[in-house]
Design a protein. Structure first.
Length: 166
């Protein structure tokens, strides 16, 4: 997959091991027409990759700089028909505040609580994964022929057990 990204202040250059691992897992699991969520879209690299693999993507981030970077990546990679980009959060994640620290950002809306996805990718901090464990479960669509897929990344090995047990 060829991805075109503009340098920006948004998280996700494509060189970080967590991003590389996420891309490899997306190549393995994304199929055409899957409904997918990129939670914490950052630079948009994972959103664009899923779209280029044929998925329908909702890309959300609580950082306006990241939202702008994702929108730029979507346009730059000609996948606007497949990707919706929003400044939003999943469930009550905005209570955690901006990823760089700070107070809650209640002005950032949560996506609809009934929204369901075949695959969710979240390359974000461990504390957010843990906080959203129940929200991930609710948002993953499972059917008789497909179990929802959750790809988590963005945390170090010392947090892996806490994330997986959440």
């Amino acid at each position: 997959i060829v991805l075109r990204l503009q340098n920006s202040l948004a998280f996700g250059s494509g060189l970080h091991p967590a991003t590389i691992l996420s891309l490899r897992l997306l190549e393995r699991h994304v199929q055409p027409n899957l409904d997918t969520l990129d939670l914490g879209s950052g630079s948009g690299i994972l959103s664009v990759a899923m779209a280029k693999l044929g998925a329908k993507v909702l890309a959300i981030d609580n950082d306006p700089i990241a939202v702008a970077a994702t929108q730029d990546a979507v346009v730059r990679n000609l996948v606007s028909q497949q990707v919706i980009v929003k400044e939003a959060s999943l469930g009550s994640a905005s209570q955690l505040g901006h990823w760089m620290g700070g107070d809650s950002i209640e002005s950032v809306p949560a996506i609809a609580s009934y929204a369901q996805f075949d695959l969710i990718v979240a390359n974000i901090f461990a504390r957010v994964h843990i906080f959203l464990a129940d929200e991930f479960y609710k948002a993953l669509r499972s059917t008789a022929t497909h179990a929802g897929i959750l790809i988590t990344a963005g945390y170090t090995n010392d947090h892996a057990e806490n994330v997986s047990s959440a």
